[in-house]
Design a protein around this ligand. Structure first.
Ligand code: COI
Length: 359
């Protein structure tokens, strides 16, 4: 009843942006004494947390990002949610947290999405961004895993992350994640480690730092929340998953789409200096970022801290084609040849996709 009233009084603001508007409901499940409860949909509200919780003291946390779409669809559809489920399990294992059971994860996504079905913005590129996350909530000041955990799904009716082509700055000093660390996992600490470089690059007129490999600071890895693809001699070249790069759902989906369209896809180590030479000579005709939040975002400039900048065309055909192809599937304008979309109301279908799942 309370939820009904909250939803009745809710409306979307005229301007959304990305992640700025938080939806009025959330899903919450708790892990206590070795097992998970079923979880429930609740009003969106601040949560109380022990000041000594391991998430606050030692960043014991992992999260996901995925979207629900309702552009042409009569009921909201989710894009490859099982990929987020399996990756959250992987990240949870790395952070020594118990896996969220697949029925709890599926219920969380389904209940939040369906409660908000009337508030999913319907413009192309817009969606309901879903943010499932898991954290250690038990108090413990010694460096040990918590024995209590909270899983939440919050949501944000959103536009795409960037509204125009982006300028990136090569980060040659800091690194965001070490090999053997947590760079291949989706954990808050990776993003916290990126903030200093992000702040510095914004001050210099850029949008995002471009991270290099942590060992040699030689090869490109990713941006702070997006993977990278370059079009070199007409082929798609993307950094191989080195162990310190997030295996993005949009990344792998675009690579599958590109191969399906007959393009050559190369996953390899890409030295930054080689890439800059290729951009200058025209061999590299396009460079773009991709991710759930960003979809496909063309990069218009690659700069350095010393002020030098290499420019690229603001729009590229390959990026535009791939962006349309993935959005056409997500927004229900084209067939879904890979079976990527799933009806958010179909709990059994959601559950089936998450089974059996890597243990
Ligand atoms: C996403 O694309 O879902 C991300 O996680 C990027 C960023 C918003 C953290």
């Amino acid at each position: 009843m309370i939820l009904e009233e909250i939803l009745k009084g809710y409306s979307l603001p005229p301007k959304l942006g990305f992640g700025q508007t938080l939806a009025p409901v959330m899903f919450r499940a708790e892990y206590r004494d070795g097992s998970w409860d079923e979880g429930e949909l609740t009003p969106y509200a601040p949560i109380s947390i022990d000041p000594a919780a391991t998430v606050l003291q030692y960043a014991q946390q992992a999260f996901e990002g995925l979207k629900a779409y309702k552009v042409r669809q009569s009921s909201p559809a989710l894009f490859r949610p099982e990929m987020n489920y399996f990756r959250l399990r992987q990240s949870s294992r790395r952070m020594c947290m118990p896996a969220v059971p697949r029925d709890v994860f599926a219920r969380g996504l389904s209940e939040v999405t369906m409660a908000l079905a009337d508030f999913i913005p319907g413009g192309s590129g817009q969606s309901l961004y879903l943010r499932p996350f898991l954290m250690g909530t038990g108090p413990c000041l010694s460096v040990k895993s918590s024995d209590a955990f909270t899983f939440l799904v919050i949501a944000s009716p959103s536009d795409t992350y960037f509204s125009q082509p982006i300028r990136v700055m090569v980060e040659r000093e800091d690194c965001r994640a070490a090999v053997g660390g947590t760079g291949a996992d989706k954990v808050g600490g990776n993003y916290a480690a990126s903030l200093q470089a992000t702040t510095a690059c914004i001050e210099l007129g850029f949008d995002q730092p471009l991270w290099l490999d942590p060992r040699e600071r030689c090869c490109i890895e990713e941006l702070s929340g997006m993977n990278l693809v370059a079009v070199v001699d007409g082929e798609l070249h993307t950094p191989r998953l080195s162990g310190s790069i997030l295996p993005g759902v949009t990344r792998v989906s675009l690579l599958e789409l590109a191969r399906h369209q007959g393009h050559t896809v190369v996953e390899r180590s890409i030295p930054i200096d080689e890439l800059l030479d290729d951009i200058r000579s025209g061999r590299c005709s396009e460079f773009f970022a991709c991710g759930t939040a960003a979809i496909v975002a063309p990069i218009s400039a690659v700069g350095e801290r010393d002020g030098s900048v290499v420019e690229l065309p603001k729009t590229g055909q390959m990026a535009a084609r791939l962006r349309s192809a993935i959005l056409d599937i997500q927004e229900g304008r084209s067939d879904d040849p890979f079976g990527w979309m799933v009806d958010a109301a179909d709990f059994e279908a959601l559950l089936f996709r998450m089974s059996p799942g890597p243990e």
